[in-house]
Design a protein around this ligand. Structure first.
Ligand SMILES: *[C@@H]1O[C@H](CO)[C@@H](O)[C@H](O)[C@H]1NC(C)=O
Ligand SMILES: *[C@@H]1O[C@H](CO)[C@@H](O)[C@H](O)[C@H]1NC(C)=O
Ligand SMILES: *[C@@H]1O[C@H](CO)[C@@H](O)[C@H](O)[C@H]1NC(C)=O
Length: 299
């Protein structure tokens, strides 16, 4: 996402597109500001009873019911047993790599971009927030953004706000931290999600978007929407939550990185229309440190 309201410590980044969520760096130093700190307020949804290796991927052009705006979404449904968060195999959070390359090295059938990250070159750690990947807890700072996780040992999907201790104790086998618990119990939850400032451009601007969530039957959902900020193409988070609840039909969903990072990958190839630079452009991939990775058979 382009960063408009930016914390003093990272002000040098203001001129460039960035994948830092607003307030990520400053919430702790602003008492009373947005953020839930380490409060535990999450839902656990049991995996569907029977495992299925089938992965679906459906592109749909539709209209947001309340605003009448056209958009295109890409929705993948995958058994969470076949879903992991992945990083570049050799370098992990140290390097930014195209989603297609990370997906190829991990054998993902369908993949999307992952969590917000620090785009600055020369960083030793580009990952932001909680990251666990197939049983390896890479970093669990806790923090104030909504999480999407998988607790493989208990057969459940975790969605919501969780302290580092709760994430360790569950324990999450996979987790990425977003910003915005968009849908809770099938309801639009944007105005109630304490990690969002609903007046900020992060919420109100039309942009490409990516969410990860779970359907009522325990199947996971990966959702990407095309767009480009400079021509107001794509969805704001109110529209995205409405679409997720009313049209995609998720029970819970979390907003992960969006804007020029949003990308859907099928069998190692780009299947959506990523811009990488927030303006209309030829299909163009942004490098990143994490992806969501669905394995199995495409049906
Ligand atoms: C996940 O880790 C287990 C070992 O804990 C390994 O057997 C399995 O192959 C890994 N899965 C993937 C998809 O990397
Ligand atoms: C929310 O965003 C608006 C618009 O950018 C800003 O004026 C306001 O200070 C923000 N509120 C908080 C609590 O950060
Ligand atoms: C669960 O629901 C999703 C969305 O409706 C659907 O795609 C999937 O096939 C269902 N899975 C099972 C195991 O019923």
């Amino acid at each position: 996402m382009p960063l408009r309201a930016i914390a003093a410590g990272i002000a040098a980044a203001a001129a460039v597109a960035s994948c830092l969520p607003p307030a990520a760096a400053s919430a702790a130093s602003r008492p009373g500001a947005l953020g839930v700190g380490s409060r535990d307020d999450f839902e656990l949804v049991p995996f569907a009873t029977h495992a299925t290796a089938a992965v679906t991927f459906v592109k749909t052009s539709a209209v947001v019911p309340s605003t009448g705006r056209s958009y295109t979404r890409y929705v993948s449904a995958v058994d969470p047993r076949y879903l992991t968060a992945e990083l570049p195999a050799k370098t992990g959070c140290e390097e930014l790599v195209h989603a297609t390359a990370i997906a190829q090295e991990h054998g993902c059938t369908v993949a999307t971009n992952g969590a917000f990250f620090d785009m600055h070159t020369g960083k030793l750690n580009h990952c932001i927030g909680n990251v666990a990947s197939n049983g390896s807890q890479v970093q669990l700072p806790g923090g104030d953004g909504a999480n999407f996780g998988i607790v493989r040992s208990k057969g459940s999907v975790l969605v919501g706000f969780a302290s580092a201790k709760a994430l360790r104790d569950e324990p999450v086998s996979d987790v990425l931290q977003g910003r915005g618990w968009l849908v809770r119990n099938g309801q639009d939850w944007v105005r109630k999600s304490p990690d969002l400032n609903t007046s900020s451009t992060f919420v109100t601007e039309k942009a490409p978007r990516t969410a990860v969530g779970v359907f009522p039957n325990g199947t996971a959902a990966l959702v990407v929407v095309d767009g480009a900020e400079t021509i107001r193409a794509g969805l704001d988070l109110f529209e995205f939550a409405e679409v997720l609840a009313a049209q995609v039909g998720v029970q819970h969903a979390v907003n992960i990185d969006g804007g020029g990072s949003s990308v859907a990958v099928v069998n190692g190839k780009i299947a959506s229309k990523p811009t990488c630079v927030d303006t209309p452009s030829p299909i163009c991939e942004r490098a990143m440190p994490t992806i969501m990775c669905a394995r199995g058979t495409l049906v």
